[in-house]
Write a protein that binds this ligand. Sequence first.
Ligand SMILES: Cc1cc2nc3c(=O)[nH]c(=O)nc-3n(C[C@H](O)[C@H](O)[C@H](O)COP(=O)(O)OP(=O)(O)OC[C@H]3O[C@@H](n4cnc5c(N)ncnc54)[C@H](O)[C@@H]3O)c2cc1C
Length: 384
Amino acid sequence: MNFTLSEDQQMMVDAARRTSRGRIEPILARHPADKPLPKAAMLEIYALLAELGITAPRLPVEAGGGGFSLLDYGLMLEQLPPVVALSLASHEGSIARIRSGGSPELLARYLPDLIAGRKIACTANSEAGAGSDSGAVTAKLRIEGEWAYLTGRKMWITNASVADVINVSCTVGKDEQGRPIVRRILVDRSQCDFEVREIAVTGLQQGHLSELVFEDTRIPASHVIGEPGDAAKTLTVGWNGNRPLLGLMCVHLAQKGLDLALEHARSRQQFGKALAAHQLVQQDLADIETAVVASRLMCYHALDCVDRGLRANGSSAMAKRFATQACERALHTAMQVLGGMGISAEMGVERMWRDARMIQVPDGTNGILALIQARELTGTSAFR
Ligand SMILES: Cc1cc2nc3c(=O)[nH]c(=O)nc-3n(C[C@H](O)[C@H](O)[C@H](O)COP(=O)(O)OP(=O)(O)OC[C@H]3O[C@@H](n4cnc5c(N)ncnc54)[C@H](O)[C@@H]3O)c2cc1C
């Protein structure tokens, strides 16, 4: 066991950090902090992500991807602003899902632009009635010869308002138990007519979270991906990798909170000495650092389990739940150390705290993640 980054990993981290601080953060700073970024800004960012080779990190190099292990990808993703990292996770996860079951013609047509960051992808599974119960989708797909027709609503879809292609889960009927038979179809925004509405949310406000409305939307039947019923499996495979990545987005935020709180505690004097010299402030700082380090290690461990092909449902659920909760708490504590500055928009820690709160919902709420972990522990499912 070795807890030190290899030379290659250090180079990846340095490159991602340089790009993030020197080139991505200035793009975010040019735009209002509380409004979704324009598509042009997103494409500027995606060109930089493509330069880093992380628009399709899980695809092998022969398929045009980065060929990275999930751990190496996670080390780089941790350096990115979470609003960008979440968009990237949706984009690259969608590429992996499209590749799993997309016809050679479909892949040849869409993957090059997606990998180059000239186009953006997303995955639309959730609906008003299908959230944690992700298989309960009701959006209907009717296939008639060369065309398919999609009707239904999707909720909370990352990237949807800026996406060029959307991997949509929909049902083509029911199985013997009355559960929907779920299929996937690739919707190309330039070819189809449907509505996209941005949803106003608490955090990650420069990002895009939308509702989609399809009403008998006509799509080429050749855009159907994979086999009937394979949607749940492709989602679960993606989630096991994604959950620790979402945890690392919170680690990014909590590390920043720690840096700001530490700087403030060293420079601000109260009762004749630096805040950092007061015992309870020291305890707050120690608590924040403990949350950052423990969360980071747990997320790296879960990614390593996935890379090694070990069963990772429990460890990846545990990593996301622990990291998102511990880091949100750490940011709350950092705000306390910063006093009035902690709640000021100027300092930005309150925004980071709201961003961390958002990350507790996608790819499994913390309640659902506890159930997934406990299912591994006990061998009994409490879901149904
Ligand atoms: C920032 C963000 C990005 C997202 N991106 C996407 C995306 O790109 N694509 C997509 O398809 N979806 C996306 N989602 C949707 C997300 O996956 C769902 O919001 C999530 O699965 C929860 O579903 P829900 O909101 O319907 O809550 P519900 O499922 O209604 O859950 C509400 C509460 O009930 C609890 N609960 C539910 N079932 C049980 C149970 N059996 N036992 C105990 N407690 C239970 C949950 O833990 C939660 O606390 C995103 C959401 C957010 C916030």
